[in-house]
Design a protein around this ligand. Structure first.
Ligand SMILES: [Zn+2]
Length: 153
């Protein structure tokens, strides 16, 4: 499943990328290009906009009801739009939405902080922005969050 998230849903877009979902973040205000891109690329639209409704049978629009960005991912899981088993977490660049390539460990030396280099076994690079990622780099308690979400059932 691929997504396009509207401008109200920046955090959700980033969290979906962390989970491995192909998610475009649309920053514009005009909903027309959003709908057009969703159709062209077969993406499910995630929006907070109540006026955005399906116009064609192929339009798939999921309205996010939750105000709090920290709870929006949970809403998608509870409504069974996504599951935690479909994609590979931490496999995608958070900035470019592109699948990362694993690189030989020695290529990361000098490009990441020394303590990270000695701590980590696997490194990944984004083919677009060349940023290097490792398990913990995707941030902030996301692993814990995934574990908590798994207990939702
Ligand atoms: Zn990137």
């Amino acid at each position: 499943m691929k997504f396009i998230a509207d401008r109200m849903l920046g955090r959700l877009a980033k969290e979906l990328r962390m989970l491995g979902y192909d998610t475009v973040f649309y920053r514009g205000e005009d909903p027309y290009p959003l709908v057009k891109l969703a159709r062209e690329e077969g993406r499910v639209i995630l929006t907070r906009n109540t006026k955005l409704t399906p116009k064609r049978p192929e339009d798939r629009i999921v309205r996010i009801m939750e105000d709090k960005p920290s709870l929006q991912l949970r809403e998608l899981i509870q409504s069974k739009i996504i599951s935690l088993h479909e994609e590979i977490p931490f496999s995608r660049c958070l900035l470019c939405n592109i699948v990362l390539n694993e690189i030989p460990r020695e290529e990361a030396e000098g490009k990441v902080p020394d303590f990270i280099f000695y701590q980590q076994k696997e490194f990944f690079r984004c083919p677009q922005c060349s940023r290097i990622f490792w398990q913990g780099s995707h941030q902030d308690h996301m692993l814990e969050k995934i574990e908590r979400l798994k207990t939702l059932g």
